[in-house]
Design a protein around this ligand. Sequence first.
Ligand code: ADP
Ligand code: MG
Ligand code: MG
Length: 209
Amino acid sequence: NMTDTTFLPPLIAAIQAEILNNEEEISALDRAIGDGDHVTNLIRGLEALSKLNDELVQLDWSAAFMKIGMTLMSTMGGASGSLLGSMFVSMGKEAKEQDIDLAGITAIYAAGVESIKARGKADIGEKTMLDTLIPVMQSLQSDAEQNSDKATVLANIKAAATQGMQSTKDMLATKGRASFLGERARGHIDAGARTSQLILCVIADQLSE
Ligand code: ADP
Ligand code: MG
Ligand code: MG
């Protein structure tokens, strides 16, 4: 139902724990082909979200997503902060129009991904977080069409996120800081693709419980 956001605080805590568990690895990814700060930016954003907990549970999905988006925009910093911030603001707007069923969640998520594509002027294949986010959108869209059961939807989210993240390894970057490196960016997984994959897998695991 549209008003129940009590799942958000434990979900944010689980995401925080997963990012902290992988802090060293993520830091090394952004050091290799970026400026090294991606994990710090994300941890700062998640800390700000965890302080919203009491407030978030008072809000419906739409208002909670908007609040999350504005908070990420104002606290996180980096390219990823403004992109993820705009993703959640757009999901908040779309959530006003949708039921919270598989089709509705798919439409909400797709609106978020479209806003990152528009804001970052990027698409799949450019070695960014979109290489994780877009395959998950496609997997949701196909599962929504086929009316797949919950276990299938969640397993497909994890598989699409993981394949998408891994696909960035051999790509050349055409957007973001890694694009300055040309061929030297090849052989490294994109940091934003990795954190997006970790987050989506935590969400899938939490929802399966
Ligand atoms: P910054 O690059 O400003 O230091 P971060 O390190 O926090 O910001 O985030 C870098 C991540 O942002 C990259 O790994 C990539 O996934 C993502 N990113 C950068 N530019 C774009 C873009 N134009 N579109 C989509 N994602 C992008
Ligand atoms: Mg960086
Ligand atoms: Mg930076």
